[in-house]
Every structure is written in structure tokens, then in C-alpha cells.
Design a protein around this ligand. Structure first.
Ligand code: F6P
Length: 359
């Protein structure tokens, strides 16, 4: 009997279920004697031996379902050899569950923090295979993460909807897009939604440059301007600050619920424009996976199953030039894939007139 543990960890996204289905269906097709153990709410389930024995029927009909049938959590935030609330070492607890259940492998679906944990468990001797999940697309080692394209569609749709109302009222609209500390989601949604100004964490903005772009548009007779602003966007001034100074600044500016509101207030102050802010927030992680993600997840899932069959552990299934490949977890762990400000996509976006607030 082969026993494979499976968990989904970190923030959820579309296509978690589609990916688990890809792994499970492939495993059930390859082996007559496989049992899948699903851990509840991410690594927490592994730590506290909170699990269920999955049946093939659990993975049926979930290709199009958002969320995760196993539940997820961001716990433990950082996996180290530290005690939990019962005084037990967290890593040792996970290893204990793995061994007690006689698992042959643990399959982890997760983003940055979760891949770090997966790598640690792999280094501690567990057989681990992982899959690249996140709407942020910021995982090093893969061209694409599942969830990203679905989130791009939702954020794009938000920008599309804003266009008509912005034009009716001659307003400046800011759509704040998720993505944590990277700008992939904002860049793609901004381009797809025809945003006039795109602000990314990787390209610190000058508020005067942003305002000049807005004024120029209105002088040219445009009835509105739309900004796609990454939740992690920072100004040039902030980029030059030390961590301590930045923290102090954020504390005094607690009046703003988020970065988009702060930018909006500055725009009104400088240009006199009427500004509105829209934050699609967690909507970007919800709903069903788009067709692209369903295909990607199925391919990634099948590849992860093949890795298990071949006994190739300590790897993440990844996308490279439209092929599914395996990348060592040790290379993925702790590294962010950010937007290169000099990449061709930014250059092309600038060619069509999009302002990034830097020049
Ligand atoms: O990593 C995915 C993500 O949605 C980020 O884009 C965002 O910054 C964060 O998670 C939000 O986290 P939470 O769901 O814990 O509020």
C-alpha cells in the first residue's frame, strides 16, 4: 500500500482543487494500491494529525470548484524548531505524524512560505513533492503559478467595469490589485484592462509624474484616468527610506486603509481631480478557475504524480517554456520572482503610452 499525504497551505486560490484532482486521478490510474491522506487546514493538519482518508470520489467534480476541499491556513507562519502552544516542537510534530501514518510522500500545494516549509521538511528527511500555488505569480523557478491567470481575469474585469462609470463622471479611479510585494498581477490586469497608469512595487513612483500623466490626459479631452495600483506599490521617497523610517511613516499615515487611498488623496491634493478607489480584494482569489488554470493544474498535478511514481522527491513541479519540469525545492525556497523593470513587457506597455510613474 502506498500512502500519500496531501495538503494545501497559505492563502487559497482558484485551481487548488483542480490541481489536487490532477495528482489524485493520475495516482489512482497508476496504482491499484494507493491511499491519499488529506490534511485539514494546511500544515496545521500535519502538525496535529488532523486528517481524513480520501476516496477517489472526493476528487470527482472538483475541476471547476474554487477554494480547497482540504481547507488551508497560514499556520505555522514560520516553520522552525520552535514549540507550539503545547510545548511540542512543530517540525518534530509534523515528522511524527508523517511517520506514524507511514506516508511514502507528502504533496504540498503552496506559495512562498509553504515552499520554504516543504524544503525544510525535505531536508529533515521526508519525501516531499510540491506544486506552485499563488495568485501573485511570485514563486521563483516557475514561469507561471496556478491561480494567477484566474486572478488576472477577475482584476481585469474590475478595471473593465470601472471604465464606464469613470467616463460617465469624469473621475480618476484607482483599482488596487493584490500581489503582496510583487507586481505581476497588477501588470497583467492593468495591461488587459487598459489602465492608463500602472504602479508596481518594483518601479517606485513619483507622485508628480503620476499627476502630470493625469493632467495631460484631461487636457487632451479624456474624461477619465484609470490607475491599476499594486497593493505593495511604493513611492520613490519611500524606496529611499530605511525600514525603520518607513515603518514610522506608515504608522503616522494609518488614516489610509491602504496604499490606493493614500495615492488617491495625493492626486486630489495636487490635481484637484475627483478620485474614487476600488479594492476588489479577496474576490481576486475566489470563484472558479479559468480555462488556462484548469489546463495548467491538470498538467502540474499529473507531473507531480509521475515524480512520486519515479521516487523523485524534494522537487516542485514547475512551468518552463510551456513544459512542465521539476525544480529542486532548495532552489525555490526563500526566493521571490519579481517583475524586472527593464523587461520587454514593461517596455511594450510604455510604448502604448502607459505611465509607470517613474518618468
Ligand atoms: O498571496 C496571496 C495574497 O492574496 C496576496 O496577494 C495578498 O497580499 C495576501 O494573500 C492576502 O492575505 P490574507 O488572505 O491572509 O489576507
Amino acid at each position: 500500500m502506498r500512502r500519500i499525504g496531501m495538503l494545501t497551505s497559505g492563502g487559497d486560490c482558484q485551481a487548488l482543487n483542480a490541481t489536487m484532482r490532477g495528482v489524485a486521478k493520475s495516482l489512482y490510474n497508476m496504482f491499484d494500491d494507493v491511499e491519499i491522506i488529506g490534511f485539514e487546514d494546511g500544515y496545521k493538519g500535519l502538525m496535529y494529525a488532523d486528517y481524513k482518508i480520501m476516496q477517489p470520489s472526493d476528487f470527482s467534480g472538483i475541476l471547476t470548484e474554487g477554494g480547497t476541499i482540504l481547507g488551508t491556513s497560514r499556520q505555522p507562519f514560520k516553520l522552525m524548531h520552535t514549540p507550539d502552544e503545547n510545548g511540542l516542537d512543530k517540525v518534530e510534530s509534523m515528522k511524527h505524524t508523517y511517520r506514524k501514518l507511514k506516508l511514502n510522500c507528502l504533496v504540498v500545494l503552496g506559495g512562498n512560505g509553504s515552499q520554504k516549509t516543504a524544503n525544510l521538511l525535505s531536508e529533515e528527511g521526508l519525501n516531499v513533492v510540491s506544486l506552485p500555488k499563488t495568485i501573485d505569480n511570485d514563486l521563483w523557478g516557475t514561469d507561471m503559478t496556478f491561480g494567477f491567470q484566474s486572478a488576472v481575469n477577475i482584476a481585469t474585469n474590475a478595471i473593465d467595469c470601472i471604465h464606464t462609470t469613470a467616463a460617465s463622471h469624469r473621475r480618476v479611479f484607482i483599482v488596487e490589485v493584490m500581489g503582496h510585494k510583487v507586481g505581476w498581477l497588477t501588470l497583467h490586469a492593468g495591461l488587459a484592462g487598459g489602465a492608463d497608469i500602472i504602479l508596481l512595487p518594483e518601479i517606485p513612483y513619483d507622485i508628480n509624474v503620476v499627476c502630470d500623466a493625469i493632467t495631460k490626459r484631461s487636457k487632451a479631452g479624456k474624461r477619465f484616468s484609470i490607475l491599476a495600483v499594486a497593493e505593495g506599490a511604493i513611492s520613490k521617497e519611500e524606496a529611499s527610506m530605511s525600514k525603520k523610517e518607513l515603518k514610522a511613516k506608515k504608522r503616522t499615515e494609518m488614516v489610509y486603509p491602504s496604499v490606493a487611498y493614500e495615492i488617491g488623496a495625493r492626486i486630489t491634493e495636487i490635481t484637484g481631480s475627483e478620485v474614487r478607489v476600488t479594492v476588489p480584494g479577496h474576490m481576486q482569489r475566489g470563484g472558479e478557475p479559468c480555462a488556462y488554470d484548469r489546463v495548467l493544474s491538470t498538467r502540474l498535478g499529473a507531473t507531480a504524480a509521475k515524480m512520486i511514481a519515479d521516487g523523485e522527491f524534494g522537487y516542485m513541479a514547475a512551468v518552463k517554456n510551456n513544459d512542465i519540469v521539476k525544480v529542486p525545492l532548495s532552489e525555490v525556497a526563500g526566493r521571490l520572482k519579481t517583475v524586472d523593470p527593464n523587461c520587454s513587457m514593461i517596455k511594450e506597455a510604455k510604448m502604448v503610452g502607459i505611465c509607470f510613474g517613474d518618468e
